[in-house]
Design a protein around this ligand. Sequence first.
Ligand code: FES
Length: 105
Amino acid sequence: MARMIVVDRDGKEHEIEAKTGLKIMEILRELDYGVAAICGGLCSCATCHVYVDPQWAARLPKKQGDEQELLTELADYREATSRLSCQVEFTEALAGIRLTIAPDT
Ligand code: FES
């Protein structure tokens, strides 16, 4: 377990303890204020979109082609630190990460 800070769509900050080894999406979809994750992690829906706090963004694994492509299609909502949370594993190294749930598209 490790700590994660999640900012919901109302701007409210939640500090949670989450299991490491899961995709971040798997953690966020269990929260009332989390993500829909409609495709279940197949990198085809973008409903798991989050903004990663800039100080953490560089510590995440690089985006692969599918994630990059899908984020490109979100032009209106995409930011420099946008990630699809189904493509990022929550590891001990990410303990304390701060994420903001992106708006519904
Ligand atoms: S859950 Fe669908 S793209 Fe991440």
